[in-house]
Design a protein around this ligand. Structure first.
Ligand SMILES: C[S@@+](CC[C@H](N)C(=O)[O-])C[C@H]1O[C@@H](n2cnc3c(N)ncnc32)[C@H](O)[C@@H]1O
Length: 294
């Protein structure tokens, strides 16, 4: 299995106030899309939500499901900017769900559950899922060759929860290549540090999860969804994580005082690792416009 509820709590439940200090005001915790060199993080996050909502064909008469909805930025966007009649979110984190439901946004419901085990009779007209699939397959399962089957089970579940003609705005962090251990000789110092940082992030910040490879996703959508469009946005995620790190550092004193030195130092190391991983092509990001195969 990928990230358990306990794993997800490690990743997202330090404190909503902690994340509020360095994410954008709506608390999107995923890659933004920069359309100009001087655009703010806030504007770039809205671009991302617009693109994925267009991929999902989110229009006022529709009900949209956001799988792995975080702190509800996309749900809020769906009912305000796109005026959809109903926006339902699922998240494995109880702290995130509580935060969303406390806002009592008309048309929004947030459910704290494991999506893969969630049972509902409701069927949705469209789907959005922003970097939730990165939690579904563990490194051990990937090594055992189970990744495509796990991702395909997720797309099957997505298909089962939708009405005919549904579209899906889907975003995932990608694993392009990883720093490799070598059974012979010493590793170059840079690669050794990359390897240590990479394991630190997967163990301490995002336990249980592993980013998929682009080819695994392309295989796994079949036979449930057709790929209409796919964009990779490696540089956008490098810029997003760089901006998060800049804001984290601006709040260093507050964070050290309120959550301790370890939290500050771990997050600084993790965000620095992300910036480098996107820079040197270890990681990338993909956005897909998918259409249900009926
Ligand atoms: C990186 S956050 C992204 C949040 C949000 N989509 C955003 O763009 O800010 C990943 C989200 O996936 C959720 N998640 C992970 N595994 C899940 C599962 N099995 N079922 C439901 N939600 C899950 C987490 O609780 C979290 O809300």
């Amino acid at each position: 299995m990928g990230s358990s509820k306990a794993d997800v709590e490690v990743s997202y439940d330090i404190s909503n106030e902690f994340f509020r200090l360095w994410l954008d005001e709506r608390m999107n915790y995923t890659c933004a899309v920069y359309e100009t060199p001087d655009q703010s993080l806030e504007a770039a996050q809205l671009n991302k939500l617009r693109i994925l909502s267009e991929f999902a064909k989110a229009t006022p008469e529709k009900s949209i499901l956001d799988i792995g909805c975080g702190w509800g930025a996309c749900l809020e966007y769906l009912v305000t900017a796109r005026k959809v009649k109903r926006a339902v979110g699922v998240t494995l984190s109880s702290a995130m769900a509580a935060e969303v439901n406390e806002r009592k946004l008309p048309g929004v419901e947030c459910i704290s559950t494991d999506f893969m085990k969630w049972e509902t009779k409701e069927r949705f007209d469209g789907l959005i899922s922003i970097c939730m699939i990165d939690h579904l397959c563990s490194p051990e399962q990937a090594r055992e060759g189970k990744a495509v089957d796990i991702y395909r089970a997720y797309f099957k579940k997505c298909w089962e929860l939708t009405n005919k003609g549904a579209q899906f705005g889907f975003q995932a962090i990608l694993r392009n290549r990883t720093p490799k251990m070598r059974p012979w000789g010493a590793l170059p110092p840079d690669t050794r540090k990359d390897l240590e940082d990479y394991f630190f992030c997967t163990k301490e910040i995002f336990p249980g999860g592993l980013n998929p490879r682009l080819d695994e996703l392309i295989q796994a959508v079949n036979p449930y969804f057709e790929v209409l469009e796919c964009h990779t946005r490696r540089e956008d995620y490098q810029r997003t994580t760089g901006e998060w790190q800049r804001r984290l550092r601006l709040n260093e004193k507050t964070i050290r005082a309120q959550w301790g030195d370890k939290v500050y130092e771990d997050y600084d190391r993790y965000l620095g690792t992300c910036v480098r991983a996107f820079d040197i092509h270890y990681s990338s990001l993909a956005q897909f416009e998918l259409r249900r195969i009926d």
